[in-house]
Ligand binder design. Structure first.
Ligand SMILES: [Zn+2]
Length: 211
């Protein structure tokens, strides 16, 4: 696979805004459910939705994991345990899906456990007590298209439209610090938007970029 979201300085590719782009096989319409994925490459399907419990809970993660969020668009907050007894807590999953919803439309996405685990891993590495401040998480395709009309570099396909990306900040932690820790964890996409004061994290293939 080839992706065009790399940090130009590191990979000599053209950067893009919070996006999962560049692989032509992934430029089709967003498919909201696992059952509709048959026409998309198996590798993408395996990456995208509803991970198995084994995939979602690597052995090195603790059996019980919690997170804390504030959505800066809605001022809603949540903190608690999202993973226990080998599965996501149902009530927590619903609450998190609500916190991470598309604030423009109110639409929710299915909560993506690897994304929660990524946030857990970074906050654990940061030894942070502060909540994640959510600037943007799930976006409908319509919302993504609205963003593209303003930000021309935003991609047509974005991990945000799959519920697999967040744009975050944290009090007391710079974007550089958050991105550096995320790179050490080596998961997914890590976009350091330091000038705009946030970091994009997603659960696609590992890649980094800076804006
Ligand atoms: Zn983003």
């Amino acid at each position: 696979m080839r992706f065009a979201c790399f940090d130009p300085a590191e990979n000599d590719e053209t950067g893009c805004d919070c996006s999962f782009c560049g692989d032509p096989s992934q430029n089709g319409p967003v498919v909201p459910r696992r059952s509709a994925l048959a026409g998309i490459g198996a590798a993408f399907a395996a990456l995208t939705f509803a991970p198995s419990i084994a995939e979602a809970a690597p052995a090195r993660l603790p059996a019980t994991r919690g997170l804390s969020f504030v959505n800066v668009n809605t001022n809603e907050s949540w903190n608690g345990v999202y993973w226990r007894d080998g599965k996501i807590d149902d009530a927590a999953g619903k609450a998190i899906a609500r916190i991470l919803r598309d604030h423009r439309t109110g639409a929710h996405a299915r909560v993506n456990v690897p994304l929660l685990d990524a946030l857990w891993r970074v906050s654990n590495r940061l030894d942070a007590d502060e909540p994640w401040r959510i600037l943007s998480a799930y976006r409908t395709v319509r919302s993504q298209n609205q963003i593209r009309r303003v930000e021309k570099t935003a991609a047509r396909r974005s991990m945000h439209t799959l519920g697999r990306a967040v744009d975050v900040t944290m009090f007391g932690r710079s974007p550089n610090a958050i991105a550096a820790v995320a790179r050490r964890e080596k998961f997914g996409g890590i976009g350091n938007y330091g000038k705009r004061g946030f970091v994009h994290l997603d659960t696609g293939p590992y890649r980094t970029w800076r804006r």
